[in-house]
Design a protein around this ligand. Structure first.
Ligand SMILES: Nc1ncnc2c1ncn2[C@@H]1O[C@H](COP(=O)(O)OP(=O)(O)O)[C@@H](O)[C@H]1O
Ligand SMILES: [Mg+2]
Length: 231
């Protein structure tokens, strides 16, 4: 479970400072699929980056499975980023000159895993996103939709409990977006907790719960009732 308590994030630019997060409290249970939505600049990415320890809170705490991650130090932060959470970004961030295999294997290598057993993990992750056939292809030769699927495979290869996705469909056309949303829904079905930032109301509707931000604050938090037919 993730328990965010009164988190503030202050940025200072050009002598002025403001709070990109201005007292955010939020609890996310294991296995939830949460969409974080709101206008550009409302603090969505800042919040996701805090949960992922890509950035540091100014004040407040974020407990993940009972540990305050805002207080983790060097080695523990790296381990948390690598094993507890998996990231998916709008711009994919693959290594273009690496093969699909090498891109997906990277978090395993960073976690100190090498050798033959990586092969199975990479293949399993690629099977989940339907890209087994492209395993030898260089990342730069893939379409945007394929690149995002590789990025998702890379995010899940260490079997993290939490997937953090920041506008994962932001650079994709409708067909590819639908494909990515289906993959996220399947990962959710398999038990992952998904936190997805999106400004697209249609994508947000696919989550169980929609948290809306404005000016660094949560202004609404709605858990959706749905019947199975809509899945
Ligand atoms: N590193 C930074 N330095 C200064 N201001 C920042 C920084 N990152 C984000 N901001 C500002 O914080 C606010 C929230 O940004 P962000 O979380 O990226 O919004 P969103 O993802 O909802 O569009 C914006 O006004 C943005 O310009
Ligand atoms: Mg953003």
């Amino acid at each position: 479970m993730i328990k965010i308590q009164d988190v503030r994030k202050k940025y200072s630019t050009g002598g002025k400072s403001f709070f990109a997060l201005d007292g955010v409290s939020l609890e996310i249970e294991e296995g939830e699929f949460v969409a974080i939505t709101g206008k550009s600049g409302s603090g969505k990415s800042t919040l996701l980056n805090m949960i992922g320890t890509l950035d540091r809170v100014t004040s407040g705490s974020i407990f993940v499975e009972g540990k305050n991650i805002a207080k983790l130090s060097g080695k523990k932060v790296a381990e948390y980023r690598n094993k507890t959470v998996g990231f998916v970004f709008q711009s994919f961030y693959l290594e273009p000159s690496y093969s699909v295999y090498e891109n997906v294997e990277l978090p395993l290598v960073l976690a100190g895993r090498t050798g033959k057993q990586n092969r199975k993990r990479v293949e399993d992750a690629l099977a989940e996103v339907g890209l087994t056939k492209k395993i030898k292809e260089k990342a730069r030769n893939l379409s945007g939709g394929e690149q995002q699927r590789v990025a998702i495979a890379r995010a899940i290869v260490n079997d993290p409990s939490y997937i953090l996705a920041d506008e994962p469909c932001g650079n994709l056309d409708t067909a590819n977006s639908e494909n990515i949303m289906r993959i996220l829904a399947a990962l959710h079905e398999s038990g992952k907790t998904i936190i997805m930032v999106t400004h697209d109301p249609e994508d947000a509707q696919k989550a169980d719960r929609i948290v809306t931000m404005s000016d660094g604050k949560i202004i609404s938090d709605v858990t959706q009732k749905r019947d199975d037919a809509s899945a």
